[in-house]
Design a protein around this ligand. Sequence first.
Ligand code: FE2
Length: 327
Amino acid sequence: MRICLLVLLFCACQANAQRPVDYSGQLAAGYELGVIPGLQTLDNALNFAVIGDWGRQGEFHQREVALQMAKAMAGLGGSFIISTGDNIYPQGVASVQDPLWQSSFEQVYHHAWLQRDWYAILGNHDYYGNVDAQIDYGKISRRWHMPARYYTMKKQLSGGKKVQFVFLDTNGLENGYYNDPEMTAELSKQDTTAQLRWLRETLADTDPTIQWRVVVGHHPLYTAGKRVAITGPVRSKLEPILNQFKVDVYLCGHDHDLQYNKPAGPTHHFLSGAGSELSNVPHQMPWSVFYKGVNGFMTFSIQPDKFLVQIIDAKGAILYTKLIPKG
Ligand SMILES: [Fe+2]
């Protein structure tokens, strides 16, 4: 009897364990893209990829990153992709018919496993174009989702728990942008005070099934890269809110590299801004855990009590893996 209980306990532990991804079923069925060697997964996890700062008509290694992200999504059985903004360089899009949608998005991320839902936010380069066109593109695309400048959604985990995602438009929090004549027209349509009030109200959701809170914004609160000295305005406005509501994860881009930063407080900060052109300007900061100035993206696998993050480069090498328990 005691042995049976031990065997059951062992099996239960194994069922939740981190384990290598098995591509064999897909390969047998004719999958041809290739694999990410060493990719790990968690059983029954919510899997998704995070990419930022990408739309450059396939150039600056955008296509290579896309291919590896497709392989990772295939391996994990990924549900969706989060874009941390600066979707279309250099100046956003002019309309929903702008050819850049084809050359910088549709034709680059053409792989079957990237025909999943994309949840996107706005970066500063998107503000140089027609912001409403990025929102409206979701009405003619099956996979592009940007229902508003800021929005929220919940995703189900195993066991009845949920992840609350909150997608922000952080452009209005950057004081310097109000002096940029090319941005003021679009910025004037924003009510930043209203957005921050909405953020507090959204995070105050008392739904007892919310297990994780993930906030997504283009601008980092913490970076070890190019913008290391200028994160103050965004940090001062957002960090008190992330702390108050014990936000687990903040996803961002803007600096063109890959980072994991863990300052004091409840929030893990992941910067995924290496979808195309790079800006490798590393600083060793007190909050730095991981920094690499190479092209790539990240994957997240979330269970109710822990999540697994993997940072992957444009050659398909896994640069960093971390299993983080619920704090
Ligand atoms: Fe940016």
